[in-house]
Ligand binder design. Structure first.
Ligand SMILES: Cc1cc2nc3c(=O)[nH]c(=O)nc-3n(C[C@H](O)[C@H](O)[C@H](O)COP(=O)(O)OP(=O)(O)OC[C@H]3O[C@@H](n4cnc5c(N)ncnc54)[C@H](O)[C@@H]3O)c2cc1C
Length: 320
């Protein structure tokens, strides 16, 4: 396997275009274990983690904040202009362990591969015949499924979606932007071409009064993927809720947004939030995929989702 390290983004895009077998690596904490387990094979690795444009955090003229894709998760808490994006800070600080957060990047986190009991799970018995992700024609998780159903377990993606963040992408046609939520497609696929590089994400300017929170359930306090997670963001003016977004992680093949929250929350007083959140419990249960793995079964995952939603709302009410 060859390793290359282009010095500019132009060179990196050109290299990827000319090498269809090459794979982008940032921190490598998601990709390299898969290569070690022989779940993937690539003739070339293309390291993009220290290209200067992707290591920047800057305020844009429209008030949004650009966060470079190569910013390490451990760095997020130190960046002053991000202090008020509370949910983002919480999510970045909860990923895996301190060692992994020192190496893992924002870009790699939101583009990480999905996982299930049979794929990408570091357990020896998962080495069964090839499933959809391995180029096969079957799903071992749900025998009758026509496509991959593995869980997307990123901690950072649900929060970015709750803020309405945009992905800034450089491809062979130049730079384009798309909502982070549109990066995710059915069967756990990403809406990116082989030679597209995620340069960073743009967080919209904060509302005058804005609260956000991220809560997740894990088996252990550290070094663990979320069983299920919840990002909530609420914008308030004169005590009245003007906008909101509730997004669940580890909820299916992609983050799941609870669209009904706006119908229920907007126009109501912030102190009514806990009662309003109770009304939404059946809707929460519905959007969590009935996914069972070695950690929990489908019913427990749905119950946990309701519990963490209430916890996130409680943090919002405390002025997070
Ligand atoms: C033990 C363990 C525990 C973990 N726990 C968690 C957890 O709790 N929560 C969680 O969210 N994750 C967890 N992870 C997964 C992973 O460590 C993180 O998601 C991490 O943020 C990935 O970032 P990276 O830079 O290392 O990604 P990489 O491994 O470098 O890349 C991941 C994927 O994204 C692509 N990619 C990376 N950067 C770009 C870019 N700029 N443009 C285009 N494509 C790109 C790569 O090609 C690759 O497919 C864990 C991993 C391990 C090994």
């Amino acid at each position: 396997m060859n390793v290359s390290k282009p010095q500019t983004i132009d060179d990196a895009v050109l290299f990827l275009t000319e090498h269809p077998d090459a794979k982008i690596v940032a921190g490598g904490t998601d990709l390299l274990p898969r290569i070690n387990q022989k779940l993937e094979e690539h003739a070339e690795l293309c390291y993009i983690d220290d290209l200067p444009e992707m290591c920047e955090v800057r305020a844009e003229q429209d008030g949004s904040i650009f966060v470079g894709a190569s910013i390490r998760l451990a760095e997020v808490a130190e960046i002053k202009i991000l202090t008020k994006y509370t949910g983002f800070l919480q999510a970045a600080s909860k990923v895996a362990s301190p060692q992994i957060r020192n190496q893992a990047t924002i870009g790699g986190n939101i583009l990480q591969e999905n996982r299930c009991m049979y794929f990408n799970n570091q357990v020896p018995w998962s080495d069964v015949n090839h499933c959809f992700k391995w180029g096969g024609k079957q799903c071992f998780q749900y025998k009758n499924s026509k496509e991959c159903v593995a869980l997307f377990q990123s901690d950072v993606a649900p929060v970015l979606i709750s803020f309405g963040a945009k992905a800034v992408i450089r491809g062979s046609e130049g730079i384009r932007e798309m909502p982070v939520k549109d990066l995710y497609m059915q069967a756990g696929l990403k809406n990116l071409a082989h030679n597209d590089i995620l340069l960073g994400v743009k967080l919209p300017p904060l509302f005058k009064t804005e609260y956000s929170a991220y809560v997740r359930k894990t088996i252990r306090g550290s070094f663990d993927f979320p069983l299920v997670s919840c990002a909530v963001r609420v914008c308030v003016d004169a005590n009245i809720i003007k906008d909101s977004r509730v997004v669940f992680g580890a909820a299916g093949v992609m983050p799941a947004e609870l669209h009904m929250s706006n119908e229920v929350f907007i126009g109501r007083k912030i102190e009514d939030l806990p009662l309003l959140a109770d009304e939404l419990q059946p809707a929460v249960s519905k959007i969590i995929a009935p996914f069972q793995d070695t950690r929990i079964n489908a019913a427990v995952r749905k119950d946990m989702a309701k519990e963490i939603f209430i916890k996130a709302i409680a943090q919002i009410c405390q002025g997070n």
